[in-house]
Design a protein around this ligand. Sequence first.
Ligand SMILES: Cc1cc2nc3c(=O)[nH]c(=O)nc-3n(C[C@H](O)[C@H](O)[C@H](O)COP(=O)(O)OP(=O)(O)OC[C@H]3O[C@@H](n4cnc5c(N)ncnc54)[C@H](O)[C@@H]3O)c2cc1C
Length: 481
Amino acid sequence: MDGMDVPALLWFRQDLRLADNPALAALEGRRLLPVFVLDDAAAGAWAPGGAARWWLHHSLASLGRDLASRGAPLLRARGRAEIVIPALADAIGAGEVLAGRLLEPWARERDGRVAEALAAAGRGFRLVTSATLHEPARVMSGSGRPYAIYTPFAKCLAAMAPPEAPLPAPTRLLPVQNPPPGDALEDWRLLPRQPDWAAEFGTLWTPGEAGAAARLARFTTGPLGHYAVARNDPGIEGSSGLSPHLRWGEISPRQVWHAVLAASGGNQARAWPFLSEILWREFSYHLLWHRPELPEVPLRGRFAAFPWQPDAALLRAWQRGRTGYPIVDAGMRQLRWFGWMHNRVRMIAASLLVKHLLQPWQAGAAWFWDRLVDADLANNSASWQWIAGSGSDAAPWFRVFNPVLQGEKIRPLRALCPPLPAGTRRPARSLAAPPLGGAGCIAARRRHHARPRLPAPGGGACGGAPAGAGGLCRAARPGAG
Ligand SMILES: Cc1cc2nc3c(=O)[nH]c(=O)nc-3n(C[C@H](O)[C@H](O)[C@H](O)COP(=O)(O)OP(=O)(O)OC[C@H]3O[C@@H](n4cnc5c(N)ncnc54)[C@H](O)[C@@H]3O)c2cc1C
């Protein structure tokens, strides 16, 4: 058999899509077995949380349908990947295993073990860039070091050649003969039951590649036009809502990049308010790659001894949306009901927890990890460290979001948050604020989401670095890396 006749194993991880999937494209014309492995043991504390599992269930169902319709059904298996993947590769006589590169520290360690096990059996393990626009290892400052500050990092990337055009989805796939049996998705019990706390998620989200494409189209034909202004208003649909789709790789950052650029008439400066957010994501991954301690340890060493005041009651009040600050409580309920929270409210809620209530940022990050459908180790960890002021970027400790003033500015979200029952008390360590809050407001929330309001045309002020701005960076030079 020559190379093209030897089957390959295609390992889906956080790239649950067929379009612009470089690992899939590299296998064109070859017999392949598509596989997804649920490996909670390797991920440990960073195994998908409750909300992300809801997403994963539906995303895998969607991917399974898409693959089956093209002729190569998805095989699902559970267990240690360094055992499962080599065993499956052996069963089909695979010459090699292909996958998108993961940047999480636990996954890097695990992939090392998988590579060793495959190599021992004479099989290859090929990782391709899939989750980010660029390999973090290839983007370095002029001094040859990783970037620690967002602005020069973004300038560097803006000056680089634009990301390559996305790859099309294959129309037909060649399956392996006699594939081994896999697990039924339902047997993984990824969905919550008794109670089904995710019952409302489906009113807002459609996991899967088609849902991601529809979300992108909705954004580029609507909110994108006002994004620079509207993205900061949690009361309207002003941002893309693409974060969970990006997190699971149902759409690639370069697909998003090119679609937004095209919808902006090819004008990078016009698209920059949005593209710069994609670069914040890229920057988070850059940090995670170069500083793998990011999820657990403050990047600024002097914060290691910070005198937090852990208090289970305060933490619980925050988690349950009972702080007494309307904007925070509304956001925490949005999180509970829909598995998502607007960026500005995430910042205000996180700032309250860390800077007013003096709870360790890791406790807030852990709660978000369990509750967000877009829970992403790079973005979540980098954002919490940014809020805490312990990250690598310039985020001074004295930068505090005032939850009262912010709440005054952002009134529309109050619809999510009617008054607390009479006699309910705010936690002792909160600032003076009217005690609003309360558990049941389904009607208000339904109303709120049934009619997303867009701002009147006229926004569009461009923030961030202009396209093509300078900045030294090695990867910008041809052949560097
Ligand atoms: C405390 C805290 C925790 C966060 N945790 C996560 C998380 O777990 N997962 C996650 O994807 N984002 C996280 N973010 C970043 C941001 O809040 C979300 O990406 C954004 O709200 C998602 O909504 P959107 O897709 O409509 O964003 P848009 O405004 O439409 O932005 C487009 C995309 O850019 C990326 N992006 C936007 N803002 C940021 C940012 N500040 N940092 C990194 N990437 C960004 C996201 O992939 C997003 O989908 C967190 C922010 C804070 C303050």
